[in-house]
Structures are given as structure tokens and as C-alpha cells.
Design a protein around this ligand. Sequence first.
Ligand code: P6P
Length: 338
Amino acid sequence: MSNLRTLGEFIIEKQHDFPHASGDLSSLLSSINLAAKIVHREINKAGLVDITGAAGEENIQGEAQQKLDVLANDTFKAALENRDQVCGIASEEEDDFVSFDSELNKQAKYVVLMDPLDGSSNIDVNVSVGTIFSIYRRLSPIGGLTEARDFLQPGTEQVASGYVIYGSSTMLVYTTGKGVHGFTYDPSIGSFCLSHEDMRIPKQGFIYSINEGNYINFPAGVKKYLKYCQEEDEAGKRPYTSRYIGSLVSDFHRNLLLGGIFLYPSTRAYPTGKLRLLYECNPIAFLTEQAGGEATDGEGRIMEIKPGELHQRVPFFAGSTDMVKTLHGFLRDNPDQY
Ligand code: P6P
């Protein structure tokens, strides 16, 4: 019991890493902590209560909204608004950014972008899903409402990012730019407890994660990379294996622990890639780089992309440095689109 360190204690302890920390970010992170526990509770009883299945609405992506999508979005939005550290949010489930207009919220200095329940189409088949969040300092003047520029910042400006994975156990993994730390939820005490301090992704991995159902439409360089992974090496061995869950947080979390590369290239259905830059790729890219890996769009760092619009999609390749570099070689040598 003595070495138990809860997320709350860890946040406070690490707050001293930031000499000018006023505690606002710590308070913001603890509101995410609270919302994650509520969503954990709802997901874990989803099969029992008539809360799974589509909510009958569509989000801006034209995707059928699952009831838990809506619940997760509303839970995180309320938790962030109530803690007065956040002046506005953007979400996969919201058409546009949302300004919090109370006097207290207008004085806040942070904005949060989130995918409240990523992979939600997997809920009804009991596959792990996740919440992804990204935190920035606002650019608009304190005291006013948020503006688009607060949300359209490059990923290099992120103050913190992280995810909650609702899997066989629920974990919260986050970074504030001082390494990546993982906490496992213990329902018996209602706390996230430090279980993975300073997570590092292996430099070389042997797992590649991609939806090969789209193979015919992949860029030539991606096709060549996949064939490279599937061929035997000089010793007649085939070290690579394919693992794909279809839930970004789950696929990324496994590769973070074991080493590997996640690929979502452009396809015919998604000519600029399927994953969203602001609330999927940037937060995962921040974690990847903080854990010693690389995250690119096939050419440059994901985090250096200047966003054009809130729900912008990009090609996304993230994981073990050596694997990303090998992929880049194939992309460079095979520039044709298909
Ligand atoms: P596909 C889930 O819908 C998601 O946004 C990510 O979590 C996941 O990595 C990807 O889409 C899966 O897409 O086309 O392989 O089903």
C-alpha cells in the first residue's frame, strides 16, 4: 500500500516540474481524471443497460453517434467547464468549437480538444475504446470568448495530451512534456494508480498495425513497406507480425508498450487520411515523441502541421523510430500515389 501513488498525488508532485505552475493545469488534469471515472462506469455497464447502439443522430463526420459517444462528450465537457480552468473545447462530437461563457471560464487560460470516445463503433462488440485529449494555452485575450485560433494551433504548442483506454483494465496515459506516465484504475478505491512511470517505446518493434482491407488503395510506398514486413529476412525468418484492433487508442497503447508502428495512410475513401489532426493525431504524436518514437504524415512531423480547420484529416504513421524511418525510405523511393 505504501508505494501507491494516485494520479492526483502524481499530478501535484510533478507540478513542481513547472516553476511557474499555478496549479491550473493540475486542476484541469484532475477534472479529466473525474470524467474518465464516470465514463469508465458507464462503459462497464453498457452491455447491461440499453445505452449501447446508435443515438439516432449523426456527428459532423456523418458517422452514426453511439449513445456512449454522446454521454462521453457531455461528461468530459461538463467536467472541464465546471473546473473553471478551461475557456472552451473542441470535440469530434461537436460541429464547431464551444466557448464556455461564464465569467470564471472566460478568465481561464486553457482550451481542450478531444475525441471523447474513439473507436465507439466497437462498443457493441466489447472491444476496447478510448478518450483522447489535447490541451493548449489560449491565444485569444483572457476575459473574452475563445476564437478559432485557440484551437487551430500546431501540435508543438500542446501543453499536455493523453488518452484513457477502457480495456480489460482502464488506464489513463498522459504527458505534460516531461515523459509519458500511465495510471491503472482501481475501482476498489476509485483512483487511477501509477503503474507505468516514464513509458518508453522500443526503438525497434515487430508489430505493424494497419487496416489491410484498404490495401488496393494504399500509396505505392506503403504497399512496398508491407511487403517488406511480410517477406523473410536473410536468415529465413519473418520477424514482423500484424496486429490491428481498429481502435486507435488500443492499437497505439499496445505498440507503445511492445514496440511497433501504426499506419493510417490516405485511401480512396479518405484521400487525406481518416484520422483527425487536432484531437487524434496531435495528442498521440506528442505522447509518441515523449516516449522516444516518431509520428509523421509520411513526410514531416505531425506536430508541425499548421491546422486549417477543426476536423481536418491527415495520413498518420506513428511508433518505433526505426520502423518509421524504414517506412519513410519506402515512401521516398516510391512516390507514386497508388
Ligand atoms: P478503419 C475508429 O473509428 C477510428 O477513428 C480509430 O480509432 C481507428 O484507428 C480507425 O478509425 C479505424 O478505421 O477504417 O480501419 O475501421
